[in-house]
Design a protein around this ligand. Structure first.
Ligand code: VTB
Length: 324
């Protein structure tokens, strides 16, 4: 199973990697989505996309509600982000990944496409950080849990005007900051990885990305908490339709991913905190993929060397028309 899902994110990464630095985020995304969709046709699951490329009328592939896989059990929910960081690929910047999470049917939160306030840290910090604590309190807890000085703690945060206040608080507390232009899944997961150089992720990013992050954190035993941030009445209504009446509700990992069994797979497109990006040589390409399963706690780091001229996916009509 793990290998099958690794092949799906590898496909998306290999397709998107051709567009690194080309300034064309739409085609890069198209390539990743199509490659992932093509590869899902070979996977032995009966899957439904619960987090994907949008509603059925706005996305031709991997839309919410689309059935994927060859249609045999297990019945699963699938959350995908074939190209997490479209701008990163367009500009050739670090941090772009192809990623998915898979869990038994009905167990992944159908997160609406809106903002989400998040905090993520590694297993040592579990139960010690809190979304509603002050930045300073959380930094103290992380430093104490990791046996570091606050000045040795590294926080990753999306570089956005909305985070100016938090950035000032982190600086005042004396911790280190890495501002990123996009892609908050990989640094959140990296926070649970020893020696990744990331200790804490905080700030507001996308809710769909939050569910995928929770899947990874469940596998790694890290901590993750989140709160939906509806911006207008329409988004408030969407929360109500989901049965969320208390908009201050903090979601735990177990509420975002209800099953004890979840699989997370991510392949690097460009280099990131977690994994290396696609590297080419002699008509071949090397990918690095992280595949994890919460039940067993196994973390697989799969390096694959692909022969680009022999890959059936590049011969598929749907992908060929984009890649040529
Ligand atoms: C967030 C973040 C994603 O896009 O959704 C962000 O979670 C969009 O935020 O990882 P803005 O509206 O502030 O641009 C990503 O960074 C993916 O590109």
């Amino acid at each position: 199973m793990a290998l099958e899902f690794a092949r799906v994110t590898e496909a998306a990464a290999l397709a998107a990697a051709r567009w690194v630095g080309k300034g064309d985020k739409e085609t890069a995304d198209d390539a990743a989505v199509t490659a992932m969709r093509v590869m899902f046709d070979t996977v032995s699951v009966d899957g439904i996309v619960v987090i994907g490329e949008g509603e059925m009328d706005e996305a031709p592939m991997l839309y919410i509600g689309e059935k994927v896989g060859i249609g045999i059990p297990p019945q699963v929910d699938i959350a995908v982000d074939p190209l997490e960081g479209t701008n990163l690929v367009a500009k050739g910047l670090n941090g772009a990944i192809a990623v998915l999470a898979i869990a038994p049917r009905g167990t992944l939160l159908h997160a609406p496409d809106m903002y989400m306030d998040k905090i993520a840290a590694g297993p040592e910090c579990k139960g010690r950080i809190h979304l509603d604590a002050t930045v300073k309190e959380n930094l103290w807890e992380v430093a104490r849990s990791l046996d570091k000085l606050i000045s040795e703690v590294t926080v990753v945060i999306l570089d956005r005007p909305r985070h100016q206040g938090i950035v000032e608080e982190i600086r005042r507390a004396g911790a280190r900051i890495k501002l990123i232009s996009d892609g908050d899944i990989s640094p959140a997961v990296a926070a649970a990885y020893p020696d990744s150089g990331v200790d804490l992720l905080i700030g507001i990013g996308g809710a769909p990305e939050g569910v995928i992050t929770a899947a990874a954190m469940k596998c790694m035993g890290g901590d993750f908490q989140a709160r939906l941030c509806p911006e207008d009445q329409n988004e408030v209504n969407r929360c109500h339709e989901m049965g969320i009446t208390n908009l201050n509700k903090i979601f735990t990992i177990d509420e975002l991913v209800k099953s004890e069994d979840v699989i997370f797979a991510a392949t690097g497109i460009t280099d990131s905190f977690l994994i290396k990006g696609v590297r080419y040589y002699k008509r071949r390409a090397v990918t690095q993929t992280l595949v994890m399963r919460s039940l067993s706690g196994t973390i697989r780091n799969i390096e694959a060397d692909h022969h680009l001229d022999r890959k059936p996916m590049f011969k598929d009509k749907r992908l060929k028309s984009i890649m040529e």
